[in-house]
Design a binder for this molecule. Structure first.
Ligand SMILES: Cc1ncc(C[n+]2csc(CCOP(=O)(O)OP(=O)(O)O)c2C)c(N)n1
Length: 562
């Protein structure tokens, strides 16, 4: 059977299980759209291509599937770059399809031509310029395989218009095999035996889990390991939800805005088992003081991330789920003795640190504290919402005060830190999980970066909730200015903001506002109950800061506490 490039694309997308595409049309992809509407693949028309990629990202994180987006050539393609870079930093599986000018015009400065393959080379796991319709099916198959296998990531496929329109006999391989790409899933068992020895010997062990645990769906294995071996657990921002925040072994988040006890534990531990992490500088602070007393075990699917930032004693290359499964199995056969007794001194020390600071704040009668809004959100949603965030203080308060017990419930742009991520990501998560409550925690600055996606939420009846912590500032930058720049608040005061309630209404959504602490519960309750997109504008204390805070480049024990 002969098919056009556009038809082949649809066929392979279906075979790869794509049920939703986030996109925006244009001349170079109009033929694809012409085919797309004849299929049962759902298309979500966003209002800006950056929104399409973040939505596909949110969809991927909430569903565990590959997110797909489709945009036109030139400006359509360049508008995706921030979203692609964010997904790359956070290892999120995406397939981004861009239109391209016809092959014979490439390199001629043709209308809406851009070298998107060149532009995205450093921020994709792999990318392709498809040269002929004959190779199209194979390329799309490979793109999905690469995006979801090994350490996941975004793959871009650039499709010239003539490739989309040409016709060929359909043939797609059942399985993809790539000569130079063979991720290692199974760990070296000798290394694991060494890990078990360390676990048995350690007096002050700790587990540091990252987003890799969530991506590998290894949270159950992680939890079993921690409980059986009696090891306290911290996670990175990306790892929140990989271990239940209600578990007594939970220490809280590590790093720049991590808890006092997590950071203290890291400095004092004698064994650090790092799983699915990449030792980001916001986690480690000054690297030569990081876990300086510990033997470090690093388990990761990506061999190039091991020893990249931190020296380790035992490297373990493997899939987190498989590796932790083996470790649990090996622990079965061992005489562990009473580990909690052996570590009682360690647990007592941790309890002491916990007592010292517990993310405390005081909510007075007049001005709303942003932390209070998040705690109330947690209480009223019983911790069950999928929370996306923008970037800044809002992101950190969401991470600190909304407690995550399950993976896939905290969706944030961790590595790149993209303001404008949260609303489109919430839209993607809501598409993936129509029955869940999805809440974007936002700052008044960030929400204005992709506010146009309110129209998308309204058009598709996606009842996402936006909680704006409105402090009238680019708060996180203001905080740095307060602490490290003598309170010179250069260009961080948002002097003119829209009326967010009216703005919500203009989009056909619901707008609510709270200006006093005693209105918070009512507004949240009302906003969360409506089956429509809602913006809740919480006018909060203007100069509140996020604590604890480790100044950039300092050891993580040097925390500012208030
Ligand atoms: C696209 C983008 N531009 C700039 C920044 C730098 N930045 C980080 S946090 C921040 C302030 C965010 O302000 P707001 O959204 O109001 O949130 P708040 O910190 O007040 O909660 C800025 C400007 C960024 N992370 N992303």
């Amino acid at each position: 059977m002969k098919l056009t490039g556009a038809q082949i694309l649809m066929k392979v997308l279906k075979e790869e299980g794509a049920d939703t595409i986030f996109g925006y049309p244009g001349g170079a992809v109009i033929d694809i759209y012409d085919e797309l509407v004849k299929t049962d693949i759902r298309h979500i028309l966003v209002r800006h291509e950056q929104g399409a990629v973040h939505a596909a990202d949110g969809y991927a994180r909430a569903s565990g599937k590959v997110g797909v987006c489709l945009v036109t050539s030139g400006p359509g393609a360049t508008n995706t770059v921030t979203g692609i870079a964010s997904a790359y930093m956070d290892s999120i599986p995406l397939v981004v399809i861009t239109g391209q000018v016809p092959s014979h015009l490439i390199g001629n400065d043709a209308f809406q031509e851009v070298d998107i393959v060149g532009i995205t080379r450093p921020c994709t796991k792999h990318n392709y310029l498809v040269q002929s319709v004959e190779e199209l099916a194979q390329v799309i198959k490979e793109a999905f395989y690469i995006a979801r296998s090994g350490r996941p990531g975004p793959v871009l496929v650039d499709l010239p218009k003539d490739v989309i329109n040409s016709v060929t006999q359909y043939h797609a391989p059942k399985k993809v095999k790539l000569r130079s790409y063979n991720p290692t899933y199974n760990p070296n068992m000798k290394q694991l035996h060494k890990v078990i020895e360390l676990v048995k010997m350690a007096r002050r062990p700790m587990i540091f889990a990252g987003g890799g645990v969530i991506l590998a769906k290894a949270h159950k294995e992680l939890t079993e390991f921690a409980r059986r071996a009696q090891i306290p657990v911290t996670t990175s921002l990306m790892g929140l939800g990989a271990f239940p925040a209600t578990d007594p072994l939970w220490l809280g988040m590590i790093g720049m805005h991590g808890t006092y006890r997590s950071n203290k534990c890291t400095a004092a531990c004698d064994l650090l088992i790092a799983v699915g992490v990449r030792f980001d500088d916001r986690v480690t602070g000054k690297t030569d003081t990081f876990a300086a007393q510990a033997q470090i075990v690093h388990i990761d699917i990506d061999p190039t991330s091991i020893r990249k930032n931190i020296p380790v004693s035992i490297p373990v290359v493997g899939d987190c789920k498989i590796t932790l499964g083996h470790i649990n199995h090996l622990l079965n056969d061992e005489e562990l003795g009473n580990l909690s007794e052996k570590r009682s001194g360690w647990f007592a020390q941790i309890a002491g640190w916990k007592a010292k600071t517990q993310l405390a704040y005081e909510q007075g009668p007049d001005i709303i504290k942003p932390q209070f809004v998040i705690e109330e959100l947690y209480r009223l949603t019983e911790g069950k919402a999928i929370v996306t965030t923008e970037v800044g203080q809002n992101q950190m308060w969401a991470a600190q005060y909304y407690h995550f017990n399950e993976p896939g419930h905290f969706i944030t742009s961790g590595g790149l830190g993209v303001m404008g991520f949260g609303l489109p990501a919430a839209i993607g998560a809501q598409v993936a999980c129509p029955d869940e409550l999805v809440v974007d925690v936002a700052g008044d600055g960030s929400i204005q970066m992709n506010i146009q996606e309110m129209a998308t939420a309204v058009q598709y009846g996606l009842p996402v909730k936006i909680v704006i912590l409105n402090n009238g500032y680019l708060g996180m930058v203001r905080q740095w200015q307060e602490l490290f720049y003598n309170k010179c608040y250069a260009c961080t005061c948002m002097e003119h903001a829209p009326d967010f309630v009216k703005l919500a209404e203009a989009y056909g959504a619901v707008g609510l506002r709270a200006t006093r602490p005693d209105e918070v519960e009512k507004v949240l309750f009302q906003g969360l109950s409506v089956k429509k997109p809602v913006i809740m504008d919480f006018v909060v204390e203007k100069e509140e800061s996020v604590y604890p805070m480790v100044p950039a480049g300092k050891p993580i024990t040097e925390m500012l506490l208030v």
